[in-house]
Design a protein around this ligand. Structure first.
Ligand code: 1HE
Length: 262
């Protein structure tokens, strides 16, 4: 697909989108971004959930710094807006995405992960925002998405001091939702994506589209929007079938969480 900078596969109902510039630590250049856009659009039409992961030893080293040095200010604005458009297709597109992260997820790599809906990191994962050291600023939506996930205070700390977060730090900071042993993030992400793909498509769509928008509304408007979404989903044939399945004891029961490992 669009050269080899992205790999694309579908396994069952799950699209697997792999960043594939391992020799450059999956640094994101224009070609990779365009291939990512195509892969995300294809996933939205062919799959019910997607996983984004990195080939090689890292998730992504962020912006391709070699390509970046030659841009004028106006070219920079257009470049940043292209990142915004592609990441918006992930965050508010047709299907939910899970990021499987190992090694570096830095700068634009962390911004890409922030555009997905669930982040799984293995123990080797680390997160950094070296923009301050590089003399630049985030441009892939991080000031909105990362700041909302981990707080603007934590993000400022990372950008100003170069503080690096481990997988465990990132989980404590609410950036990462699952931490796995080394090498297990992709399998866990696939397992979660397969589970997500089994949900009612309209509920998944409402979660992807409505939930982030509701966070941008006032309390009262948010509650009203919620009622509209509730009415839309709960009167769908899919919901009626699934509610009946529960009442007729054909649906899976909710299991309590597994006891924590000692
Ligand atoms: C790159 C990039 C890159 C590696 N652009 N070429 N991002 C950064 O500031 C992160 C910069 N990268 C690193 O700190 C390290 O490369 C890593 C910690 C990610 C990995 O270290 P390591 O030892 O495995 O690899 P390496 O030897 O540093 O790099 C291997 C090659 O990848 C080398 O190229 P080579 O031709 O000399 O082999 C590196 O130059 C190349 N490489 N990272 C270009 N980022 C929308 S705005 C977003 C703003 C940002 O993303 S700022 C953060 C940028």
């Amino acid at each position: 697909m669009g050269g080899s900078e992205i790999t694309y596969d579908v396994a069952g109902a799950v699209a697997l989108v792999g960043l594939n510039r391992p020799h450059k630590r999956n640094a994101i250049d224009d070609a990779l971004l365009e291939a990512l856009r195509l892969a995300v659009a294809r996933a939205g039409s062919e799959a019910k959930a997607g996983v984004i992961f990195g080939h090689g030893d890292h998730f992504s080293a962020g912006l391709d710094l070699a390509e970046h040095v030659d841009r004028s200010p106006v070219e920079n604005i257009h470049h940043s807006r292209r990142w915004h458009a592609v990441f918006a297709e992930i965050e508010r597109g047709a299907i939910p995405f899970v990021a499987a992260i190992h090694g570096a997820a830095v700068g634009g790599g962390m911004e890409l992960a922030a555009a997905t809906h669930i982040r799984v990191a293995d123990e080797t994962a680390f997160f950094a925002l070296p923009e301050g050291q590089r003399g630049i600023f985030v441009g892939g939506g991080g000031s909105v998405r990362i700041a909302r996930l981990i707080s603007a205070a934590r993000m400022a700390d990372m950008m100003l001091t170069g503080r690096t977060l481990s997988a465990a730090d990132a989980e404590r900071a609410d950036f990462v939702q699952y931490v796995t042993p080394r090498g297990a993030a992709l399998d866990k992400a696939k397992e979660l994506a397969a589970r997500i793909a089994g949900n009612a498509p309209l509920s998944n769509y409402a979660i992807v589209q409505a939930l982030p928008r509701i966070q941008d509304l006032s309390h009262d408007d948010g509650l009203f929007f919620e009622s509209l979404m509730a009415a839309m989903t709960q009167t769908s044939p899919d919901a009626q079938d699934r509610l009946r399945a529960f009442l007729e004891k054909r649906a899976e029961r909710i299991a309590p969480p597994e006891p924590a490992k000692k």
